[in-house]
Design a protein around this ligand. Structure first.
Ligand SMILES: Nc1ncnc2c1ncn2[C@@H]1O[C@H](COP(=O)(O)OP(=O)(O)OP(=O)(O)O)[C@@H](O)[C@H]1O
Ligand SMILES: [Mg+2]
Length: 264
């Protein structure tokens, strides 16, 4: 099993010591080759679960009252930070909603890609530069050599998101975590970016796809989980069947609303 989230709870503690449970008793599994879509309204705990997997939540305020997150059987929650850093990027690729949140504004995009490659791969700088350019071309950035010298703010939102996808996928991670990868983009560009993600990730990797957009899930996911108030209220191994007849009343509401939006 690539990823096994086993009875995970995550809470946040504020400065006054008050505790907000954000994920409660969450159990999910993901095999290689699968795309697991997690849907649910804002605040339901989707990002909390996704970011826990790469232990990217600032802690404090986040803490883990219970549970395990097993990546190929090894618990990432109890892993030393040094080991965790070496698997981020290389074994776990993360694509965030906001590219500016994870691209450095101070460095040219080509240099950022090269730095990440050299951190994980024992290859020459020249080979890393060639690889970075190859990935910029793969994600559909025109004139990669010129663009590689641009700073993130000199690119459009769609182009920035493509750079993020290159960053998330280029090292061939086993697990890809995409948290609302297309929410900030125009509808036409959303479709292109989703197609890229689908085409460029290795067939034997697993994808954890977080979105509030059921349309995205129906296009991309091979299985899905519905979250509400920090809990998983429904899972399905057959997204098409789920859309025809969701069983939980909350899922029924989500599907009804998505279909209503489609008719608009
Ligand atoms: N740093 C934090 N400190 C305190 N509470 C937090 C923090 N981050 C998230 N929360 C709370 O945890 C709960 C789950 O938030 P989370 O961001 O995981 O939801 P989400 O499903 O990803 O929502 P969205 O669709 O808006 O991205 C919410 O009640 C939120 O207010
Ligand atoms: Mg979120």
């Amino acid at each position: 099993m690539l990823l096994e989230i086993d009875d995970l709870s995550v809470s946040y503690r504020n400065d006054e010591g008050e505790v907000t449970p954000a994920a409660v008793d969450v159990s999910l599994t993901l095999e290689r080759g699968q795309v697991l879509g997690i849907v649910g309204e804002s605040g339901s705990g989707k990002s909390t679960v996704a970011m826990s997997v790469a232990r990217l939540l600032p802690s404090p305020p986040a803490f883990y009252p219970k549970g395990r997150i097993l990546l190929d059987g090894v618990d990432t929650l109890s892993m030393p930070l040094a080991q965790l850093r070496s698997i981020r990027g290389k074994r776990i690729g993360v694509i965030f909603q906001d590219p500016m949140g994870s691209l450095s504004p101070l460095h040219r995009i080509g240099a950022q890609l090269v730095e990440t490659i050299l951190l994980h791969e024992k290859i020459s700088k020249k080979a890393a530069e060639a690889m970075a350019l190859e990935w910029l071309a793969k994600v559909g950035i025109p004139d990669p050599l010129t663009r590689s010298k641009a700073y993130p703010h000199e690119l459009s939102g769609g182009m920035q998101q493509r750079v993020m996808i290159a960053m998330g996928l280029m090292l061939g991670p086993d697990l890809i975590i995409a948290d609302e990868p297309t929410t900030a983009l125009d509808v036409t560009i959303q479709a292109q970016v989703l197609r890229l993600m689908r085409d460029l990730h290795q067939a034997n990797s697993g994808v954890l796809l977080i979105t509030h957009d059921l349309g995205v899930v129906s296009q991309m996911a091979t299985k899905l989980a519905v979250m509400k108030d920090g809990r998983v209220v429904e899972t399905s191994d057959d997204p098409a069947a789920f859309f025809d007849s969701p069983s939980h009343p909350y899922s029924q509401g989500l599907v009804r609303e998505a279909k209503r939006m489609e008719l608009k």
